[in-house]
Design a protein around this ligand. Structure first.
Ligand code: SF4
Length: 160
């Protein structure tokens, strides 16, 4: 029986939801590996260039967007995925990764040379600013139970 083709990626963030996910594998690995295959997940295997990935059933996206490169990858993910799920507060709302958006003008001008040096956007944005998402798992890091519920919903959709 075909497994659910799954992706997991992190953008601008602390990757703590990825750690929560890896912890969940301690008790769910054998069950979940019967139902899903990872076509992209750097936390589990070297996954290469996400721009070459195709035909994903569900892509989980952690973190906010702060560069043109991240934006391009995110838009690609949307174009090759049946469903995209925002993981954690940074992906869903931008915060706390976007806290520099709210610096005072003086502090903003102090950090501008660094933003230019590393080709960073002047403001960090949630992924929802650039693409439509099908689900959000809130929390900082993500709420474990909400994630398991959401994953179960997609197991149901893909009948795995
Ligand atoms: S939501 Fe919290 S845990 Fe998740 S990436 Fe952002 S800061 Fe880290």
């Amino acid at each position: 029986m075909p497994k659910m083709r799954t992706g997991w990626i992190t953008f601008t963030c602390s990757e703590d939801s990825t750690i929560v996910f890896l912890e969940l594998l301690n008790k769910n690995f054998f069950d979940w590996s019967e139902r899903m295959e990872f076509v992209y997940c750097n936390a589990l295997k070297k996954s290469g260039d996400v721009l070459k990935v195709r035909d994903v059933d569900v892509f989980f996206v952690e973190g906010a967007i702060s560069t043109e490169d991240e934006k391009r990858k995110l838009e690609h993910i949307r174009s090759i995925s049946k469903y995209v799920v925002a993981i954690g507060a940074c992906a869903c709302t931008g915060m706390p990764s976007s806290q520099r958006n709210f610096f005072d003008e003086r502090t903003k001008s102090e950090i501008t040379p660094r933003l230019e040096k590393f080709c960073l956007f002047s403001e960090v944005q949630p992924i929802t600013k650039f693409i439509k998402v099908d689900d959000m798992v809130m929390g900082c890091p993500m709420d474990e139970k909400a994630f398991v519920r959401t994953l179960g919903k997609y197991f149901g959709i893909f009948k795995v």
